[in-house]
Design a protein around this ligand. Structure first.
Ligand code: ADQ
Length: 459
């Protein structure tokens, strides 16, 4: 195709947040940085929610592109966002790790908001645009949009896992969701497993036909289903990690922590899928058993506040803080806590020195679509050192095979793997890190976006 199609992105959130003066600031993150230039070059647009209750609906001009806010009422935030998206789909898509709620009020709000996204996109998308929809919040938009616009190409990418049929079919509106997604031309998943789970659900629930080359036939149309593992802006991380300011801050962090032999690190959104509690308990048990020594081994856990309005998240936070308190009560010395716990969001200028200071990175979710923290840790280790302990249940485990892979449900395995990471000799550490860094340099966020868009832009 000579002329690239204009690119319209639609995601639950716009790529901006309100700053202190009431203006708009571009959100940090690789996804936004990878997609914004393409939207700018093709004179496309971005459709999404501002994150505010009863927020604005008029277009915003930012970063040289048009942003189209979808206003949500307080009822819709409660039922579409906190309800159906975060109380029904999120836990179910993460292996039903918590009981989901199935409420028709939530479903109706989800339907209404998806309809509103579809109408807005249909109204603003330039002729022949490529529309790239993101995530589980917008699963009904593909079919709703197709009804209104036949000229656009429609893609959808799921950032989180897609569950096996046995779990998916618990949703009372399961066929509606599958039919919603089947309105797309390209459906993208993080892992092959997710793509296969979707195919099985579609075959069983609405009778799609599997063709060769990842194609699926439904209602006389063929669509592409595939896996596109997301990544990070590797060069950006490497540049920041090699700077003098980072080196100085890294040294300062080590010294502030009392120059321990080994710094273990956890960095997560405070989400019950991330396995923070089990990781902390494993560390506590190792101190209790004397397999780790609080004078030599220190754990830093950074937890980003998230979804604080949802009860399960408040419970999770209470539980984690109780575990930290118990372990520190038993093992800290004055001025030297065994666990340093921050419930804060940190800027990259602080996060990267922390990654560099971390000798052992603990990424132990029970289930995770990809997990970018694992990739950020590897990219930040320009010194070629460091050990990554990585849950088998993350998308990243498909690619970072030189991490120490672990089943976070297996307490003993988790403890043994942590000890193995702490004790690993540099002759083993360095080749493992080098292999992971080489892998990552060939799979950046731009590679991910280009692969998906090549499929989406193709006729
Ligand atoms: P998340 O569940 O948010 O993303 P993850 O991929 O680990 O999980 O990304 C978290 C991001 O937040 C990272 O970029 C990290 O640097 C940042 N972060 C974490 N703690 C922070 C802190 N305290 N301060 C500042 N920043 C912090 C969802 C899916 C994942 C998938 C991504 C992208 O759940 O599986 O990898 O989308 O598709």
């Amino acid at each position: 195709m000579s002329q690239p199609r204009p690119l319209v992105i639609a995601a639950n959130r716009l790529p901006v947040t309100r700053d202190a003066d009431g203006g708009w600031q571009t959100s940090p993150g690789g996804l936004v940085r990878a997609l914004l230039p393409i939207v700018q070059e093709t004179r496309g647009a971005w459709v999404g929610w501002t994150g505010e209750r009863d927020g604005p609906g008029d277009p915003i001009e930012a970063e040289g592109i048009e942003l189209h806010p979808i206003p949500l009422s307080s009822h819709e935030v409660d039922h579409y966002y906190e309800g159906f998206s975060n109380d029904t789909l999120w836990p179910l898509y993460h292996d039903a790790i918590r009981e989901s709620g199935y409420h028709s009020t939530d479903w109706e709000a989800y339907l209404d908001v998806n309809q509103r996204f579809a109408v807005r996109i249909a109204n603003i998308a330039p002729p022949n645009a490529a529309v790239w929809l993101h995530d589980y919040h917008l699963q009904l938009v593909p079919a709703l949009l197709r009804e209104q616009r036949h000229d656009v190409r429609i893609g959808w990418f799921n950032h989180i896992p897609f569950p096996p049929l046995e779990l998916f079919q618990r949703i009372p509106w399961r066929s509606e969701i599958i039919k919603g997604l089947l309105g797309a031309d390209v459906l993208g998943f993080q892992r092959i497993q997710g793509a296969n789970n979707f195919r099985a659900a579609a075959r069983t629930l609405v009778g799609t036909e599997d063709l060769d080359d990842g194609l699926l036939r439904y209602d006389g149309r063929d669509l592409h289903v595939g896996n596109y593992p997301i990544s990070i802006d590797v060069t950006d991380f490497e540049l920041l990690a090699s700077g003098r300011a980072t080196r100085q801050r890294t040294a300062q962090i080590r010294s502030r922590l009392g120059d321990p032999e080994v710094i273990l690190l956890g960095v997560d959104r405070l989400d019950y899928t991330k396995g923070i509690g089990s990781r902390l308990r494993a560390f506590g048990q190792l101190l209790d058993d004397g397999r780790l020594d609080p004078e030599r081994h220190v754990l830093v856990q950074i937890a980003t506040p998230t979804r604080e309005g949802v009860e399960q998240y408040q419970d999770e936070r209470r539980e984690i803080e109780q575990i930290v308190g118990e372990i520190n009560g038993r093992h800290s010395r004055l001025g030297f806590p065994a666990i340093h716990y921050l419930y804060q969001s940190l800027p990259l200028t602080e996060l990267i020195p922390l990654y560099r200071a971390g000798d052992v990175m603990l990424v132990t979710p029970f289930r995770d679509g990809m997990n970018l923290v694992a990739k950020e840790y590897v990219a930040a280790h320009v010194d070629g050192d460091g050990v990554l302990v990585l849950s088998e249940f993350t998308g990243a485990a498909d690619e970072l095979k030189d991490a120490l892979l672990v089943n976070p449900h297996d307490e003993r395995a988790l403890q043994d793997t942590i000890v193995r990471a702490v004790e690993m000799h540099r002759h083993e550490r360095r080749p493992r890190m080098e292999a992971m860094r080489t892998m990552l340099e060939h799979a950046t966020v731009s590679d991910w976006a280009n692969a998906f868009l090549a499929q989406l832009m193709a006729d």
